[in-house]
Design a protein around this ligand. Structure first.
Ligand code: PRX
Length: 664
């Protein structure tokens, strides 16, 4: 345990003394004032009921707040009914804000669209009607495989409007990954596009859907295809329908279907410690309550004046909670950008901040570190004075990056909210409040009002100030996952067994002497590469599915830009060893294996380096000692090898890795 928590870079920082209190002006006008902590802790459930009533419109008001009698599955606001899309769109139009812009879209090639709440209501209604015409009804599942274009948000809202459960699959995932997600959720319809723009060119998406659906029997009856790039696409008559044609044939009004608070809103697959991704299930009332509450208070949103921008892709949970649901429920105006930060130039993001007058920016540490590398003269060319709140999510933010973000992007005056949460938690759990907390570089600091988090040792005892251990969430929260789709046992085993009946997050953490929380990274076999969650086992499975590989072990090695990077150690089968002239990083075999992983999972899972080895370090019982491989991958002296079956193995491996150049 202590070994796994040993992250020297972060641990050294726990003496951080810099603190940045909010300006008096910000503190005075902030949505969240200091009393909110007392209010929430005096009557936690009453506090959440208040949030649910004031932030959402219910078609049937709830009377019951929390029922945890069937733990670990919680029911929040269980006897209430509501519709997510009505809350995100219609009620703003009804309140006279139909002309407010909901989405400012900027495509990578520079094309733009501005969509008001009234227009969004009409588009979503047409899409909901179209899904109905295709036979999709309440309770059905719809897979969404789209780039970052407005239709991604519209598709999600159209599903929610009819009570269908969406399963968004990140557009960077492979056909294989899409297929397994379609099968697991029994999706009835897939919504995709011909392609999207990425790094200055049109990249195709529909072929991956065709390939996925050709892999085997599925429950998919139709594929709706958004025309984005105008690329040629293969067409399966009777199954494939152009989105535009389907919507044009429908009326632009639709009555949202009220659903129970516990009705499944979406499934989102995420990596766990085994090879098979988990379909994390979120329901409606509690999830939306916490999304709206956190979005309003953590970002101090003023819907009439702010221009909010979250750079996350819709394929990740951040895109669900802080692009689609949180901002729209709160009636925000937000920017949606399709492309990469460096296309056509490295100042694109900052140009967009200037162009749209972005006031709140929410992004990931890996993006900040990349911008640091490009140099501050890039953002310096743009007027960033509109920015007033900066957010960070997805991985620990190192203090250097935090300080750079504040100084260069935030002109030394903008609070940074470092937000800790997970796909499973549904919404932000630990974060400063910008008008209340004196922020500290590198620390997510405190549980939000209404949230209980703690750090426990191996024996399940609270470690207290200055102590380190496992991050746990001892009390249920509204946006908590309600299960793993189709696998109740795995849900219980994964999250509720390490400390019986208590949610274990999988993260190591420490309290500093002020009692602020510092996240230290995962303590399980989950890696965090550029804020994306990847499973070591899943990549190992992908590697051994290649005919040349006999055995594989994968570790996450620290990386200056991406936080962690995938490093793989493989043993080749006899024939393959013979086939390779040499088995260094540049060899054909290694290139082939990297591409194979991209094909099996997606390009984000490509190992940074693959080392071909003759043996893997194993205990006498045959368990691979990844800890030792991590030492090698991070160029550290190899730790205790006494439990190895054969302790000469590590010398062999170390000498091999040092000789190998790093891949791109
Ligand atoms: O290890 C933590 C890290 O990301 C994991 C959750 O990944 P995912 O479900 O993909 O959700 C990412 C976006 C919410 C966590 O277990 N993590 C997330 N935010 C932070 C973080 N680590 C440190 N600091 C954060 N602010």
């Amino acid at each position: 345990m202590t070994e796994q928590l040993g992250n020297p870079t972060l641990e050294n920082l726990l003496t951080e003394t810099r603190a940045f209190p909010p300006s008096p002006e910000l503190a005075a006008q902030a949505n969240a004032q200091p009393e909110i902590y007392d209010r929430a802790s005096t009557d936690r459930l009453g506090f959440w009921a208040e949030q649910a009533r004031s932030l959402l419109t219910w078609s049937t008001p709830f009377t019951e707040v929390l029922d945890f009698s069937d733990a670990p599955r919680a029911r929040w606001f269980g006897d209430g009914q509501l519709n997510a899309t009505y809350n995100a769109v219609d009620r703003h139009v009804e309140a006279g804000n139909g002309d407010r812009v909901a989405i400012l879209f900027e495509g990578e090639p520079g094309d733009t669209r501005s969509i008001t709440y009234a227009e969004l209501q009409r588009e979503v209604s047409r899409a909901a009607n179209a899904l109905g015409t295709l036979g999709v009804t309440t309770g059905d599942r719809v897979a969404i495989y789209l780039p970052m274009i407005p239709e991604a948000v519209i598709a999600m809202l159209a599903c929610a409007r009819i009570g269908a459960t969406h399963s968004v699959v990140f557009g960077g995932f492979s056909a294989e990954a899409l297929f397994s997600r379609i099968i697991d959720a029994d999706a009835k319809v897939v919504i995709t596009s011909d392609g999207g723009y990425r790094r200055g060119r049109a990249s195709a998406l529909k072929p991956a859907v065709d390939e996925a659906l050709a892999k085997g029997e599925t429950t998919v009856t139709n594929v709706l295809v958004v025309r984005r790039t105008g690329q040629e696409v293969d067409w399966t008559a009777g199954r494939d329908i152009w989105w535009d044609d389907a919507l044009a044939a429908e009326p632009d009004t639709h009555l949202p279907v009220p659903v129970d608070a516990e009705h499944p809103l979406f499934i989102l697959y995420t990596s766990g410690t085994t090879g098979k991704p988990k379909g994390i299930l979120h329901t409606t009332g509690g999830y939306l309550t916490q999304c709206a509450y956190t979005h309003l208070n953590v970002f101090d949103l003023k819907p009439e004046t702010d221009v909010y921008w979250c750079t996350a892709d819709i394929g990740w949970v951040t895109g669900h909670s802080y692009v689609t649901y949180g901002p729209l429920i709160n009636g925000a105006t937000q920017l949606l950008y399709e492309g990469t930060p460096d296309t056509p130039h490295k100042g694109r993001w900052w140009e967009l901040v200037q162009k749209y007058g972005v006031t709140i920016l929410y992004t990931a540490p890996t993006a900040i570190r990349t911008c640091m590398k490009w140099g501050e003269d890039v953002p310096d060319q743009f007027d960033l004075s509109s920015l007033r709140i900066l957010g960070s999510v997805g991985e620990p933010i190192n203090p250097e990056a935090w300080m750079w973000y504040r100084r260069v992007i935030g002109a030394d005056r903008t609070p940074i909210v470092d937000t800790w949460w997970q796909t499973e938690t549904g919404a932000i759990m630990i974060s400063p409040l910008p008008g209340v907390t004196a922020t500290k570089p590198g620390s997510a600091q405190v549980p939000l009002p209404g949230i209980v988090a703690d750090i426990w040792n191996d024996a399940g005892e609270p470690v207290g100030k200055g102590g380190g251990g496992y991050l746990v969430l001892p009390e249920p929260w509204p946006a908590m996952l309600r299960g793993i789709w189709g696998d109740e046992q795995r849900f219980k085993d994964t999250y509720w067994a390490r400390f019986p009946g208590i949610y274990f997050a999988g993260d190591g953490a420490k309290y500093d002497d002020d009692g602020d929380i510092w996240l230290l990274g995962r303590v399980d076999d989950v890696m965090n590469v550029s804020g994306h969650r990847l499973s070591t086992t899943e990549i190992e499975s992908a590697l051994v599915s290649h005919p040349s590989v006999a055995e594989a072990a994968v570790v996450g090695a620290s990386d200056d830009t991406t936080g962690q990077a995938v490093v793989a150690f493989v043993i080749l089968r006899g024939e393959a060893v013979g086939r390779a002239d040499e088995v260094g990083e540049g060899s054909d075999v290694v290139a082939e294996l990297r591409n194979h992983v991209a094909k099996q999972i997606g390009p984000i899972a490509k190992p940074r380096s693959i080392l071909v080895v003759a043996e893997l370090p194993k205990t006498r019982s045959g368990k691979i000692m990844r800890r030792l491989l991590r030492d090698v991958a991070e160029h550290r002296p190899v730790g205790d090898v006494t439990t190895l079956a054969d302790n000469s193995v590590m010398d062999l491996i170390s000498s091999g890795l040092n000789a190998a150049p790093a891949a791109d």
